[in-house]
Design a protein around this ligand. Structure first.
Ligand SMILES: Cc1cc2nc3c(=O)[nH]c(=O)nc-3n(C[C@H](O)[C@H](O)[C@H](O)COP(=O)(O)OP(=O)(O)OC[C@H]3O[C@@H](n4cnc5c(N)ncnc54)[C@H](O)[C@@H]3O)c2cc1C
Length: 477
């Protein structure tokens, strides 16, 4: 570790010591069916959300926790896996996993590692640096993370616990916890969309934007990208830089969207209080935001537009697609487009049943469509499929009493967006959203233990002062 980072680590410990109050432990372990103490919270996913949640829980003296991730260490989330942009889209001064502790910010890490001038001159944070920062964050806070562990089944267990079956390198393991947080990222409650007209194409011809792509194979090829958000442009740029002969980007709308709605809503009032609005306002706002999709930054567009082989088609929804002798023909209202390879950057669709960890309760997870009927002009089947979450980010039952245990499963991912606005899915909301989630979790743990707290209070007999006898007070008679 460099001297700068070593000094920063000391600084962080000193800062955290100054704000450790109230540091008194308040949870006693619940015994699991295997006779061992159950975890208070199991966090699934060690991306930036899972790590920040673990940090925030520990600051609330919820210390009997574990974070598991199926990815290997350092490969969590999109940054070093399927993200195809050189830099983050978030501005460099957005704080996030630091949760408002200045010495834990990306800026502090960057300055300690590369110097203050480097930070001053920095335009956007590289995704490799961001991934490095997250790894350092987890280390410097000594967060309890286990990699290579995939949660593939979640069921109720005795003592009000949740049982999670975890597939690890050593085989299968059972973990018991009072609460489970699913910080499972973009596809945490669903999967990447391939639009219906393209679904019959083989994977050798058509993939989603998170699938691995052999860049060597793109050289000299005709590539079509479906979608016009930031990820679509990233994928187009990747293909162009890999030497594709042509890249056609097909935008469904008549005009490409230049506005980034997430910039508008990044203010404390919205981030903090959106989830407290009634359903009609929440639906109206998030439908508008999510139907607009993520706008792309200038640099993302420029990365494509500098190539003569790049062609942007507006008003070009794919109506049909068929395999030809040498590729695929995509039919759009204006013209047909021939391609060798198609990348669909068309977002995520909710599909609870498709996730193994939700298979026992998927049928009984309340969706927005179960709880709210929007006016006809605001309908959206895609958004109606999002989970309708309680105010502590927990799952709500569709039919009360059938799976009551799901109220101890909290979702902090893009699936939370309809209920909470931006949440685990973006850096801009973390400093507001993570404390709100942790507030909900500690509320649940505290309420569940209220009889124990009452008994402990009644038994509390630690004197705060000693009353001396008059003789002693007078110095003796
Ligand atoms: C291409 C791209 C670019 C982006 N750029 C930005 C940006 O610039 N700024 C921004 O704010 N956001 C950006 N985002 C959104 C981004 O996904 C989030 O900000 C960030 O990754 C969210 O972190 P997370 O921890 O919630 O999820 P993730 O980082 O996705 O982490 C989820 C983790 O859960 C693990 N997991 C899933 N299921 C299981 C299971 N069953 N068992 C065990 N582990 C499991 C996964 O392995 C993964 O590591 C971008 C997203 C994409 C796709």
């Amino acid at each position: 570790m460099s001297d700068g980072l070593a000094a920063l680590a000391d600084h962080i410990q000193a800062d955290l010591a100054k704000i450790a109050h109230p540091g008194m432990p308040w949870l006693t372990p619940v015994t699991a069916p295997d006779g061992r103490p159950a975890l208070d919270v199991l966090i699934v996913g060690a991306g930036q959300s899972g790590l920040a949640i673990a940090f925030a829980l520990r600051r609330s003296q919820v210390t009997n926790i574990l974070v598991v991730d199926k990815a290997e260490e350092g490969r969590e989330g999109p940054w070093l896996t399927y993200a195809r942009m050189p830099t983050l889209r978030s501005p460099k001064d957005y704080t996030g996993p630091d949760l408002d502790v200045p010495s834990l910010t990306y800026q502090s890490w960057h300055e300690a590692k590369f110097g203050e001038a480097s930070w001053r001159d920095l335009n956007l944070i590289s995704r490799e640096c961001w991934a490095d920062y997250l790894l350092w964050y987890r280390g410097v806070l000594d967060l309890p993370v286990r990699n290579g562990c995939e949660v593939n089944d979640v069921t109720p267990a005795a003592n009000g616990l949740i049982k999670a079956t975890v597939k690890c390198a050593q085989g299968e393991e059972t973990l018991y916890a009072r609460k489970v947080v699913l910080a499972t990222g973009q596809e945490g409650m669903g999967d990447w969309i391939i639009p219906e007209p393209l679904r019959h194409l083989p994977a050798s011809r058509c993939v989603n934007s998170a699938a691995p792509v052999d860049l060597e194979k793109l050289r000299g090829q005709r590539v079509a990208v479906i979608g016009a958000g930031a990820s679509a442009f990233d994928n187009a740029a990747m293909a162009l830089e890999a030497g594709a002969a042509t890249v056609d980007l097909l935008c469904r709308r008549a005009e490409i969207q230049l506005v980034q709605p997430y910039r508008w809503l990044t203010f404390r009032g919205f981030l903090r209080h959106f989830s407290e609005l009634d359903d009609s306002w929440r639906w109206r706002f998030m439908r508008a935001v999510l139907e607009l999709r993520e706008g792309f930054p200038q640099a993302t567009y420029d990365r494509c537009a500098r190539h003569a082989a790049f062609h942007l088609h507006q008003g070009a929804p794919v109506e049909a697609a068929r395999e030809t002798a040498d590729g695929v023909l995509l039919q759009t209202p204006r013209r047909d487009i021939a391609a060798d390879f198609v990348i669909c950057a068309t977002g995520i669709a909710m599909d609870f049943a498709g996730r193994p960890e939700l298979s026992r309760c998927a049928h009984n997870i309340a969706r927005w469509a179960d709880r709210y009927t929007p006016p006809p002009e605001e309908r959206s089947a895609r958004l109606g499929a999002f989970p309708y979450l309680a105010d502590d980010y927990s799952l709500v039952e569709r039919g009360a009493g059938e799976t009551p245990w799901i109220t101890d499963i909290h979702v902090f991912a893009i699936a939370s967006t309809m209920s909470f606005g931006p949440s685990g899915s973006s850096i801009n909301a973390m400093t507001t959203a993570v404390p709100k989630l942790v507030h909900g979790i500690t509320r649940g743990l505290f309420r569940a233990d209220i009889a124990k707290h009452w008994a402990a209070f009644k038994a509390y007999d630690v004197p705060q002062a000693v009353i001396r006898t008059p003789e002693l007070a007078d110095g003796g008679a």
